[in-house]
Design a protein around this ligand. Structure first.
Ligand SMILES: Nc1nc2c(ncn2[C@@H]2O[C@H](COP(=O)(O)OP(=O)(O)OP(=O)(O)O)[C@@H](O)[C@H]2O)c(=O)[nH]1
Ligand SMILES: [Mg+2]
Length: 462
């Protein structure tokens, strides 16, 4: 150890019943003793681990600043693996800042964002993917996202990665033994055996990789953009789905200017619904910006609900706009079916003819017709598989995905070497890189710069 002792406010900035100052490092107890006087006269440094004592925070002039409870957690039995004292004060930001200042004057250094977690990682309390799960859990926007992050924190992903690494490691050992002791008479693996061994590891890794799309949706929500010309009923559909009057609806075209984003829970799966400004050529500068923004939203969306006003049908503007988008990203929603009752068959035929190969359905946003069918269609498009969080590993982090991509590429290269009849030296090079890439996920083989970069994204005090 021998690291500096660090301190920070670990609770949210705002008003709350309680706020916590966390102090971690070799001098945590001595520093805390300078800021905190217990009611009983006992020193924090004389306490056993996991004790709570009541007392007062006093400034340098021995003036009373706040009441507090001091919680002791001595190394290695703390989050960071170091000596930790947490001062539980009252949760006002001004008072917490005052207490922090006293602690810093007593000899602690202000912690960098994520520094407590970084120390936990460096002291082997968590691996890198588990540390990243903390931030995922803190930022979880839905219950599903929190559940997945909790699984990662428990090490579900790490253990899957470690299993793959172990398998590769065993193969490396066996191939190296062949090279080192060529005369020894033990059963050697044939190229076919090596290949089928690698296929197994590859399959496990690919399954993990494929979970990334779902994983990202779990974390960020499926981005669903409501797009269409002015007045077709985009905001009305948003309101109907959310069952609130979230967006302003009027019969004036160009009502929505800025985008409106709201999370919507579709059977446990988060959808991020984005209502946008109707697309049209406009001279109005505000509307122009809105339309430009709509185009950007379309780019980022996982799904575009392209809304048509069935009274106007499919216009050439609609066709022009849609032609710029990949068909599989679009679901055509014919709205205001209530206004054209009796003409459904004819309308369907027309849409089919003008918009070949698109999925489409007919609804009424205001009369709530076809809404369940719409929800069902979205589910079918994206969530055909069951979202069982139980034991399944979901890849949610882009850094992990990139490392896994690279690891898979090295396996492919190893298999290629086998197929080309190359000697095991070649295969070994790839297998060792594979090992390194997998190790990047859990943090065994990642360089310091990357580690610093990861932890700097954490919030202050974590
Ligand atoms: N009859 C009927 N009217 C609807 C339906 N959906 C929307 N409307 C009406 O159409 C008008 C426009 O609705 P909005 O939801 O504001 O349309 P928008 O696409 O958000 O319009 P902009 O924000 O201007 O681009 C309003 O008067 C709504 O009441 C529907 O299913 N049936
Ligand atoms: Mg609108």
């Amino acid at each position: 150890m021998g690291e500096e002792t660090i301190a920070a406010i670990s609770t949210a900035y705002g008003s709350a019943g309680v706020g916590i100052i966390r102090i971690s490092g070799d001098d945590a107890a001595t520093i805390a003793d300078k800021a905190f006087k217990s009611k009983s006269g006992k020193k924090i440094s004389e306490q056993a681990t996991y004790r709570i004592i009541y007392g007062h925070i006093l400034n340098e002039e021995k003036q009373f600043v706040d009441e507090a409870l001091a919680l002791t957690m001595w190394a290695p039995g703390s989050f960071t693996g170091e000596d930790v004292v947490e001062l539980q004060c009252h949760g006002g930001i001004t008072v917490l800042k005052k207490v922090l200042e006293i602690v810093l004057k007593a000899g602690a250094r202000l912690a960098e964002p994520g520094e407590f977690s970084q120390r936990a990682f460096l002291n082997g309390r968590l691996d890198l993917s588990q540390a990243e799960a903390i931030i995922e859990l803190i930022n979880a926007k839905t219950e599903t996202a929190a559940n997945v992050a909790a699984k990662h924190l428990q090490g579900v992903l790490s253990s899957e990665i470690k299993k793959c690494r172990q398998a590769i490691l065993e193969l490396i050992a066996s191939l190296e033994a062949d090279l080192d002791f060529p005369e020894e008479d033990f059963a050697r693996l044939s190229p076919e055996e090596i290949d089928s061994y690698l296929i197994k590891v590859e399959t496990t890794m690919k399954t993990m990789l494929h979970s990334f799309t779902s994983g990202r949706i779990i974390r960020e929500g499926l981005k669903v953009a409501l797009i269409g010309q002015p007045n077709v009923g985009k905001s009305s559909l948003l309101n109907t789905l959310l069952k609130t009057k979230r967006a302003i609806v009027t019969d004036v075209p160009g009502t929505t200017r800025d985008t409106i984003e709201e999370y919507y829970n579709l059977g446990g799966i988060p959808l991020l619904l984005i209502d946008t400004a109707g697309i049209r050529e406009s001279e109005d500068p505000v509307e122009k910006i809105g339309v430009q923004k709509t185009k950007e939203i379309v780019e980022q969306a996982d799904l575009v609900l392209y809304i048509l006003d069935l009274k106007s049908g499919v216009t050439s503007e609609d066709q022009a706009f849609l032609s710029q988008l990949p068909t599989e990203k679009v679901l055509i929603v014919g709205n205001k079916i209530d206004l054209v009752s009796g003409e459904e068959g004819k309308i369907r035929k027309k849409i089919k003819k003008k918009l070949v190969n698109y999925r489409f359905l007919l609804i009424s946003a205001t009369e709530k017709i076809g809404i369940q069918e719409l929800e069902k269609e979205i589910k079918n498009m994206f969530f055909a598989e069951k979202w069982e969080i139980k034991d399944k590993v979901f890849l949610t982090n882009l850094r992990h995905k990139t490392a896994l991509d690279k690891a898979l590429a090295t396996l492919a290269s190893a298999r290629h070497s086998i197929a080309s009849g190359l000697p095991s030296d070649f295969i070994l090079i790839d297998l060792k890189s594979c090992l390194d890439f997998l190790g990047e996920i859990t943090g065994e083989t990642v360089d310091e710069e990357v580690i610093n970069q990861i932890f700097s994204q954490f919030c202050l005090g974590k």
